[in-house]
Ligand binder design. Structure first.
Ligand code: CIR
Length: 340
């Protein structure tokens, strides 16, 4: 029996696991920063098409509301709590995937990070968000060599720069209705901004869904190069920023779908023949534990046969293993496209 505030048509995991017994146990619980169960589940209540329907307001939410979060995490990530999440972000050298650049248009890898001592974006005050922005920008200022770049605050950016960032796809928008109901859009666009390296291959989104979204990208198929840039940047940033991390669940994020490595590594790939053989493409994607998103991102359509293919698994797997699996999967997909 579930508390009746979820829509009848909802299939989200929070509805499945929030039994009356768990609701009664958690209803009056709060984290030290004051985050409540009502806040954690609001997005799932307001959006009946949610897949999980919960957000964490701070690192402690994962413990305070573990009766609810644990079963959701275990089902979503096919994870069990006696497994250990072991990170490994060491460098990789992988053979070229698409040397003639016939299929892969671009490669992008992102991870999410939140800082210890601050609430997560759905539960942070404006003054804390301001303090956080300053701290992050000062760490970004210390990046060296090819990672050097500039921070563009959404509050002070001029029209011309804004147009350029939008045109070059370096921009992020206000969060969607799921994030909005969670409180992530509060005070937008205050204290938000993006940093990009002068060569535009490294980028950091500040105060989006997580405190930092750290992104490495290239308009090539060179996964090793994109991954190795990220694996260089992360320890450097970690010297000045203390990331929120848990022994079992890895890096802690606003949305529990991102915990663990918090990594989404993917390509935009043009597959004209597989587009007409979708069953084969979906079989390959399943076999290699990958996922397909639309050309314009999550919940968008495929345009001109360009698919966004990325890893599905983020928890209970290391960063370097995610990249190797993606590489193997893409090799098989390109081979299938060539053989059709
Ligand atoms: C949901 O529960 O559907 C939203 N809060 C978004 C979850 C993240 N995205 C995803 O699972 N693909």
């Amino acid at each position: 029996m579930n508390p009746s505030f979820f829509s009848k048509k909802s299939n989200c995991l929070v509805k499945k696991y929030l039994s009356l017994k768990i609701f009664n146990a958690l209803e009056h619980q709060k984290t030290d920063s004051g985050f409540t169960l009502a806040q954690a589940i609001n997005s799932g209540i307001k959006n009946s098409d949610s897949s999980i329907g919960v957000y964490a307001g701070d690192a402690q939410s994962y413990k305070t509301f573990s009766l609810l979060f644990d079963p959701i995490i275990c089902e979503y990530h096919e994870f069990s709590k006696n497994k250990k999440h072991k990170p490994d972000i060491s460098r990789l050298i992988l053979p070229s995937l698409d040397p003639e650049e016939k299929y892969i248009r671009s490669t992008r890898i992102r991870v999410a990070r939140n800082l210890k001592g601050f609430s997560f974006p759905c539960h942070i005050s404006l003054s804390q968000r301001r303090k956080l922005e300053k701290k992050i920008v000062s760490a970004l200022d210390r990046l060296k060599d090819d990672l050097r770049g500039k921070y563009y605050s959404f509050e002070s950016i001029d029209e011309k720069e804004l147009k350029r960032l939008k045109k070059e796809n370096l921009w992020f928008q206000k969060g969607d209705r799921f994030q909005d109901a969670a409180g992530i859009n509060s005070d937008f666009p205050k204290c938000r901004g993006i940093f990009h390296s002068f060569d535009k291959r490294f980028m950091v989104w500040v105060n989006e869904e997580d405190h930092l979204r750290i992104i490495s990208l290239e308009r090539t198929s060179d996964i090793s190069s994109v991954y190795n840039r990220l694996s260089r940047a992360l320890p450097t940033l970690n010297q000045n920023l203390d990331f929120s991390r848990d022994k079992t669940y890895g890096y802690l994020t606003s949305c529990p779908t991102n915990i663990g490595t918090s990594m989404r590594a993917g390509v935009h790939i043009r597959l004209e023949k597989l587009e007409r053989n979708k069953d084969l493409l979906h079989d390959l994607v399943r076999t290699y534990n990958l996922q397909i998103r639309g050309t314009g991102g999550e919940k968008t359509k495929i345009r001109h046969a360009v698919f966004d293919i990325s890893n599905r698994q983020r928890l209970g797997i290391s960063e370097s293993r995610i990249i190797q699996n993606l590489h193997n999967g893409l090799l098989a997909i390109i081979k299938a496209e060539q053989n059709l």
